[in-house]
Design a protein around this ligand. Structure first.
Ligand code: FAQ
Length: 315
């Protein structure tokens, strides 16, 4: 009966085992995973745009080759994650349709513009840094296909984070104008990066509403604020190596807590951006929909070729 199936599900979750696609799972668990994995996949695909903006203007052949490879990695992560979502019974077409009609989200961070070359380094350092902080615990997520996808994705994102840091280090050791450009990028990307972790934990409600249930299911392992703190603690010493100043006058080490105190991001701004009212939302989505429409012939040709190959092997 239903009770026994639910007990079997919780027995796996409570013993820190993995739920696999053919296992019984509560419908709400399946829906939550589809929401989170699809949002994550969309973020990777839309996340190609801000950096893609600089491929044709990278300052050297070496930087261009690195950036091309990074943006390609993001496409790969997106495809990996769509495949993980498909194991839950939705097709890639279905979730793309939900993205294109604004019924599924993608990360707020990709609605900010990349105004200078230093922004590419700042994205690697801060955005990939935040992504890793959030995603390393997801390698222990209770849903097997998602957890396994995270292992490879985190390895690649660690590499991305280091290339962003190295790119900024080169700028900060360069001319005064280059150092100023790096500082300006940090000034603009700091708070949006903190906001990536989602709404704050409040007294009665733990971060935004989904956290408590997702923790019970072994999807999330830490609350949004716990991960935000971890990110700040990791990033402040790195900013010191770079010789850059984090744009927060109240940032300081708290000996008692054993953590940095810091100013929270503006959550009203986060909610506005999530609702579609960020600086680049309209542009990002229009570009995505156009790319999908323009790519229709490729999908049709691939399907026709596959059909032909199938017919050949039958005869
Ligand atoms: N943006 O109750 P919670 C990358 C929504 S990294 C937009 O806390 P939850 C790599 C949330 O969906 C970025 N929406 O929700 C890369 C929910 O809305 P709903 C992608 C946000 O799910 C680097 C509501 O607020 N990473 O792409 C945001 O438990 C460089 C309430 O929030 C992932 O997706 C936000 N920032 O926790 C690529 C990681 N925050 O559905 C290119 C996987 C919250 O009720 C370049 N996802 N919301 O309408 C997660 O870990 C979680 O889904 C959270 C949100 C932590 C994002």
């Amino acid at each position: 009966g239903t009770d026994e199936r639910e007990a079997a599900f919780y027995a796996i979750v409570d013993s820190d085992g993995r739920i696999e696609p053919r296992d019984d799972m509560p419908e709400a668990y399946r829906k939550t995973l589809i929401r989170q994995i699809a949002q994550h996949a969309h973020s990777e695909i839309i996340g190609m745009q801000p950096e893609g903006n600089w491929i044709s203007r990278a300052p050297s052949l070496r930087r261009k080759a690195i950036l091309l490879a990074k943006v390609q990695d993001e496409a790969g992560h997106g495809l990996y994650l769509y495949a993980a979502a498909e194991t839950l019974g939705v097709s890639r077409d279905q979730v793309l349709e939900l993205l294109h009609t604004k019924r599924q989200k993608y990360s707020s961070i990709f609605n900010y513009p990349t105004l200078t070359w230093a922004d590419v380094g700042a994205i690697g350092w801060l955005v990939d840094g935040a992504a890793i902080t959030n995603q390393v615990p997801l390698t222990r997520c209770s849903y097997g296909p998602y957890a396994r996808a995270m292992v490879r994705i985190c390895k690649e994102e660690s590499f991305h984070q280091r290339q962003g840091f190295e790119s900024l280090l080169t700028l900060t050791r360069g001319s005064a104008a280059q150092k100023a450009m790096a500082q300006d990028a940090l000034d603009r990307w700091w708070y949006p990066s903190l906001a990536m972790f989602g709404p704050p934990d409040t007294g009665e409600q733990v971060s935004g509403g989904h956290t408590e249930q997702s923790m019970r299911w072994g999807i999330k392992r830490f609350s949004n604020d716990e991960l935000r703190q971890r990110f700040v603690d990791m990033t402040v010493p790195q900013s010191e190596v770079l010789g850059l100043t984090i744009p927060d006058p109240d940032l300081r080490w708290n000996d008692e807590r054993g953590h940095y105190d810091f100013t929270a991001p503006d959550y009203d701004e986060l909610f506005r951006v999530i609702k579609g009212d960020g600086p680049c939302n309209a542009q990002r989505l229009a570009h995505r929909v156009a790319a999908h429409t323009d790519g229709a012939w490729v999908r049709e040709a691939a399907a026709a070729y596959a059909a032909k190959q199938r017919a050949k092997t039958r005869t």
